[in-house]
Design a protein around this ligand. Structure first.
Ligand code: PLP
Length: 376
C-alpha cells in the first residue's frame, strides 16, 4: 500500500459545532464530568499552557520528576514565578510516595502537586492514587501529565481527585500528535480564575475558558487544523466500538506478555514490580558490559522498534514499544525476539524459545477482554 499524501490536501473544514461534540465523546470515554479544552498543538504545548496558567509568584509547587517531561514542567512553573520543590526519583524508577509526603510535610503550605502518571521515556508508572491523596491532604491542586497513560491505564479523573490532566491522542489512542487536550475540574478553574490572566496568549487556559467554554463552545479560535481534528475524530471513532476498557486491557495484556517474556528470556524487566510498570512500553535492561547503542543496532537488524531510554535512564535500559496499534501479540513477540537475538549476537546467553512460549501463553490464555481493567 502506498501512502498518497495528496489525500491530505483540500480537506473539508472540521464542522464548527464538531469541537464540542468531539470534546464530549472524549469526556464520555474517560467517564469524567471535568471540562475539556483542546490545545491546537502537540501535548508538550498543552503541558506548557497548564504550567503558565497555574504558576505565579507566591505559588508553591511540589513537582515529581521521573523523566525530562517532569523536569521541563518544573522549569515552566518556575518561569511563571512559582517556587518549585522537586522530588526526583532514582533513574528509571517510579517516585516513592513517602518522599513526596516528606517534602509536603517540610513545606507545610503547598498549592500544587504535579506528576507524570505513566512514563514513556522509562516505562514506569507513578502511584497516582497515593499522590492524589497526598495532594488532597494539603488541599493542593493535583496536576497530572497523562499523555502516556490515557488508554493504557485507568485514569479516573473525577474519582481519583485529579484537578488537571493533560492528554494527547498520539500514544495509546493511536491518533494524531498535533492536537492535545486538558481536562480541568472546578478546583482547577477556581485556582486559575484567582490569578491575573496574561491573554492574549496561546498558553492561556483562562482565555480558552472565557472564549470557548463560556460561549457555548463555538468553533475554536483562529484556524483550527482540520487535518488534526479529522484525524482525532477518526481515532476516537475507531476506539468507540472497541470500547475504552478494551483499549486499556489490550495495553495491559501487551505489558504482561512482554514482562513474562523478559523473565523467561532470563533478563528480568527493568522495572521490577508489575504494579509500577507502564502498559505502553516495557523497559528492558541493558546488561552489564553491553553497550545500549550496539544492542539497539543489533535489534534493528531483526526488524523491531526498540528505542533507548532517555533522560536519566539513557544507557541503562531499552524500551520495547507496545503502544497504540502495537499493543498486540505480533508486535510484542517481534520486540522480544529482536531484543533476545540482539543479546545473543552480543554473546549474552538468553532462552529465546521460553520467551516466545511466554508470549504465546499470555495471548493463548485469555483474550485481552478478560484483563482487570474496567469495562464500560
Ligand atoms: C509522549 C509524552 C509527552 C508528549 O511528548 P511528545 O513530544 O509528544 O512525545 C508528554 N509527557 C509524557 C509523559 C509523554 O510520555
Amino acid at each position: 500500500m502506498t501512502f498518497d499524501s495528496h489525500r491530505l490536501l483540500d480537506l473539508p473544514r472540521y464542522p464548527d459545532h464538531g469541537y464540542a461534540l468531539l470534546a464530549d465523546r472524549i469526556r464520555r470515554l474517560l467517564a469524567t464530568t471535568a471540562d475539556l479544552v483542546f490545545v491546537q498543538a502537540e501535548a508538550m504545548l498543552a503541558l506548557e499552557a497548564v504550567a503558565a496558567s497555574i504558576a505565579r509568584p507566591g505559588i508553591v509547587a511540589v513537582n515529581v520528576v521521573t523523566s525530562p517531561y517532569g523536569k521541563w514542567f518544573g522549569a515552566w512553573l518556575r518561569r511563571g514565578g512559582a517556587s518549585v520543590h522537586e522530588v526526583v526519583a532514582a533513574p528509571g524508577q517510579p517516585v516513592e510516595a513517602s518522599a513526596v509526603a516528606d517534602c509536603l510535610k517540610t513545606l507545610g503550605h503547598v498549592d500544587i502537586v504535579a506528576a507524570v502518571h505513566a512514563e514513556s521515556s522509562s516505562g514506569v508508572l507513578n502511584p497516582l492514587a497515593e499522590l492524589s491523596a497526598l495532594a488532597k491532604s494539603h488541599n493542593a491542586l493535583f496536576v497530572v501529565d497523562a499523555v502516556a497513560s490515557v488508554g493504557g491505564h485507568v485514569i479516573d479523573v473525577d474519582g481519583q481527585g485529579v484537578d488537571i490532566a493533560v492528554i494527547g491522542p498520539q500514544k495509546a489512542l493511536a491518533g494524531p500528535a498535533g492536537v492535545s487536550a486538558v481536562l480541568l475540574g472546578q478546583r482547577a478553574w477556581a485556582h486559575i480564575d484567582a490569578l491575573p490572566d496574561f491573554a492574549p496568549s496561546s498558553l492561556s487556559l483562562a482565555a480558552l475558558k472565557r472564549d470557548w467554554l463560556e460561549r457555548d463552545r463555538p468553533a475554536l479560535p483562529g484556524t483550527p487544523p482540520a487535518l488534526e481534528f479529522w484525524a482525532l475524530d477518526a481515532a476516537i471513532a475507531r476506539i468507540e466500538p472497541e470500547g475504552f476498557g478494551q483499549v486499556i486491557a489490550r495495553h495491559q495484556q501487551a505489558a504482561r506478555a512482554s514482562r513474562a517474556a523478559l523473565r523467561a528470556l532470563g533478563v528480568p524487566p527493568w522495572v521490577a514490580r508489575d504494579d509500577v510498570a507502564s502498559a505502553l512500553v516495557t523497559a528492558a535492561p541493558v546488561p552489564q558490559g553491553i553497550n545500549a547503542g550496539e544492542l539497539i543496532a543489533q535489534a534493528l537488524r531483526y526488524g523491531a522498534e526498540i528505542t533507548p531510554g532517555f533522560g536519566d535512564a539513557a544507557g541503562l535500559l531499552v524500551r520495547l514499544n507496545h503502544t497504540g496499534r502495537n499493543a498486540n501479540a505480533e508486535a510484542v513477540l517481534a520486540n522480544v525476539v529482536a531484543y533476545g537475538r540482539a543479546l545473543e549476537a552480543l554473546r549474552f546467553p538468553v532462552d529465546l524459545r521460553a520467551a516466545a512460549d511466554a508470549v504465546a501463553h499470555e495471548y493463548g490464555r485469555s483474550p485481552a477482554g478478560a484483563a482487570d481493567g474496567p469495562q464500560p
